[in-house]
Design a protein around this ligand. Structure first.
Ligand code: PMP
Length: 299
């Protein structure tokens, strides 16, 4: 339904349309789904990392909201490659986003028109993220009894934003969330790993988005002689860590200097984090044969 005659917008009266300024259920209720994907320079030109896993998650998220995307995974993959080529980017970040695009009132999103956009940004693929410090914030991550945690839906990020504000206003870079049982869940937009000797631990909580980077790390760790364990960990467990790092598509792996009252990095060299990161970087550049299957070449 088109809104009535005119709209007040930025101090002007403008004609109404049912597709204007992003006024839609995405803006009102966070009814949008998106992905963050990176692509890297390789000897065979730009290659998108784990594109098919990102597309699977994107389509899963869209299905969760019963979005009719009007394209299949192959078509979206082709569109992503096309926009990378058109923008002449050797390496960067891709953000496909689909959202309910009509200016409708109410929460009935069923049978609503969906728009899809793909944005790209240049992102230097040799850049290593700066070490970061975290605060365990007061808000908890909700679990699979409240949301489909495997979907990446914009509205879920309200907690991430509130946690981010709390962390920043307390002098920390980013929030760390516990789940409703008090176990360590994840960061605002990343997963957390704890290194102890030759073992790396990550949360097995059902209140996390089990990230694609987390899965990459769990898969490749044994190649560099590290054991992996999925556990329910209380924040006190971080006290016993040798190193802590975050994972996510954007940051890849980010070393953690401190988690307020839970962890302080003593070994500034982050040997295990760096070992994994250098192996990860070989993989994304197509230098490890076994994992070339994770690369989709743009050309
Ligand atoms: N948790 C949340 C809540 C996220 O938004 C993200 C980013 N997608 C991650 C974890 C990390 O996921 P990935 O490694 O797939 O980027």
């Amino acid at each position: 339904m088109k809104p009535a005659g005119k709209i007040w917008f930025n101090y002007k009266i403008v004609p109404s349309t049912n597709k204007l300024f992003g006024f839609n259920q995405a803006l009102n209720y966070g009814a949008a789904v998106y992905e963050g994907i990176r692509f890297y320079r390789t000897e065979q030109g730009p290659a998108i990392f784990r594109l098919h896993d990102h597309l699977d998650r994107f389509f899963y998220s869209a299905h969760t909201l019963r979005m009719k995307l009007g394209c299949n995974k192959q078509q979206l993959a082709a569109a992503i490659k096309k926009i990378i080529k058109i923008n002449h980017l050797p390496c960067g970040y891709i953000r496909p986003i689909s959202f309910f695009a009509e200016a409708k009132m109410g929460i009935n999103i069923l049978d609503t028109k969906v728009d899809t956009a793909i944005f790209t940004w240049p992102w230097n693929d040799r850049e290593i993220p700066k070490p970061t410090c975290l605060k365990v914030v007061k808000y908890r991550r909700v679990g699979s009894d409240s949301l489909d945690v495997k979907a990446k839906i914009a509205g879920y990020y309200a907690t991430a934003l509130l946690g981010f504000i709390e962390a920043r206003e307390s002098g920390f870079d980013q929030p760390l969330f516990l789940d409703k049982n008090g176990f360590v869940a994840e960061g605002a937009i990343n997963n957390i790993f704890i290194v102890k000797g030759k073992t790396i631990y990550t949360s097995k909580s059902n209140s996390i988005l089990g990230g694609i980077t987390r899965d990459t790390i769990l898969t490749i760790a044994p190649d560099v002689d590290l054991r992996v364990r999925l556990i329910n960990m209380k924040p006190e467990f971080l006290n016993t860590a040798d190193e802590v790092f975050l994972t996510g598509t954007g940051i890849e792996m980010q070393p953690v200097t401190e988690v307020k009252r839970c962890f302080k990095n003593k070994n500034k060299a982050w040997p295990t984090t760096k070992l994994l990161l250098s192996y990860y970087q070989k993989i994304i550049q197509g230098k490890i044969k076994e994992y070339k299957k994770w690369l989709t070449y743009v050309n």
